[in-house]
Design a protein around this ligand. Structure first.
Ligand code: NAG
Ligand code: NAG
Ligand code: NAG
Ligand code: NAG
Ligand code: NAG
Ligand code: NAG
Ligand code: NAG
Length: 296
């Protein structure tokens, strides 16, 4: 599980599709003391991760970090960059209209309270901390019908300019309205809608990192498990919905997949055709010989 996670991280960060300095929110914040070189001289003493945490006064229970959305002004929205990767289509159950996916989720957002001068800490650029120490977006998936049983990722990555990153693996059981009348030549499209559970779009805005064509291309590379179902493509829509009397930002992924009908043809249709053929052949044998019964 971990090696594939790192692989995905490499793809996302190395593929030049995701660039920290391009994030408007992070650029907008003034970085006055960041490159003051006179501090480099006496940086010998502050080189451990704990020194950074001490500087930020970040502990497991610091209320500043864990209680509320980390913005300096309540009217500024938190921009959450989201990316999903599909590792496998584990199961598609037409009977109870659900499908089971194994996915990897990456989220990043800004934290206005976190900032340190990397030169004062021996060039330390990021620290990994337990997830409960910091506020996180309350991501939910509308179609999800079963809670994921795997424990959530225990760590967050905190970078010196206030970017927080979360990576998580999930086994998703979600509903999907399926049409089965073309069986076994059917193509199914299923939606996964990501949004916040309680925050409105003034507070949290979601943005997809990869667009549909990039995401489709990338999913074909990382997909490990495809047995009965063949992944075709995925589309991404960012939209605003209003179902709880306030507007919420949402990202809808539509996953299109095709049944490998050859499995059914080989295991199911061909044997039936064969016996049907034999049965028809039996009509050609004349009744008088008395061999028809034996043949049948
Ligand atoms: C990120 O974007 C900045 C400015 O747009 C650019 O100077 C920098 O080279 C980019 N970094 C990567 C890794 O693409
Ligand atoms: C380490 O950092 C703290 C807080 O920024 C500072 O007070 C202290 O002087 C630094 N120590 C050294 C040896 O640089
Ligand atoms: C999936 O989402 C798309 C785009 O928002 C929508 O047009 C479509 O009706 C949805 N499909 C289902 C099955 O909900
Ligand atoms: C998707 O993004 C890539 C680069 O990130 C770009 O070349 C491509 O044109 C984009 N496709 C669409 C449909 O926007
Ligand atoms: C995805 O695949 C389906 C089935 O082949 C096709 O109808 C649809 O147009 C494709 N969508 C995109 C965005 O390529
Ligand atoms: C949620 O709101 C959107 C648009 O605001 C609407 O299209 C959709 O049907 C609503 N869904 C439910 C379950 O009410
Ligand atoms: C929701 O969004 C619509 C259009 O984007 C806007 O007209 C409406 O005022 C918003 N409602 C709230 C409660 O913000």
């Amino acid at each position: 599980m971990m090696p594939t996670g790192f692989f995905c991280l490499l793809l996302i960060t190395g593929g030049s599709t995701f660039n920290y300095s391009e994030q408007p929110e992070l650029q907008a914040q003034p970085d006055s003391n960041q490159d003051s070189d006179e501090d480099v001289v006496d940086s010998e003493g502050n080189c451990s991760y704990q020194d950074v945490l001490n500087h930020l006064k970040l502990t497991r229970s610091t209320e500043l970090y864990s209680m509320t959305r980390p913005v300096k002004h309540h009217k500024s929205a938190t921009q959450v960059h989201l990316q999903m990767a599909i590792y496998g289509i584990l199961d598609v159950r037409e009977i109870d209209q659900t499908f089971v996916l194994y996915v990897w989720i990456y989220m990043s957002w800004g934290n206005d309270h976190i900032r340190w001068n990397q030169h004062k800490f021996c060039g330390l650029k990021h620290v990994v901390v337990p997830t409960e120490a910091l506020w996180k977006p309350d991501l939910t998936i509308e179609e999800m019908t079963e809670k994921d049983k795997a424990p959530p990722s225990p760590y967050l990555t905190v970078t010196y300019h206030g970017l927080i990153e979360l990576r998580n693996d999930l086994m998703l059981v979600s509903t999907c309205r399926m049409q089965v009348y073309k069986f076994p030549f059917d193509i199914q499209s299923c939606n996964l809608s990501f949004k916040s559970a309680v925050y409105s779009d003034d507070e949290i805005k979601f943005a997809a990192i990869l667009n549909a064509s990039k995401f489709t291309e990338w999913s074909r590379e990382v997909m490990r498990i495809q047995y009965e179902w063949l992944f075709l493509n995925v589309t991404v829509h960012e939209k605003t919905v209003n179902n709880l009397s306030f507007n919420q930002s949402m990202i809808v992924y539509t996953i299109t997949m095709k049944r490998r009908s050859v499995l059914y043809i080989a295991n199911f249709l061909l044997p039936i055709m064969f016996f049907l053929g034999l049965d028809l052949a039996s009509f050609l044998i004349s009744d008088s010989g008395g061999e028809k019964l034996g043949f049948k």
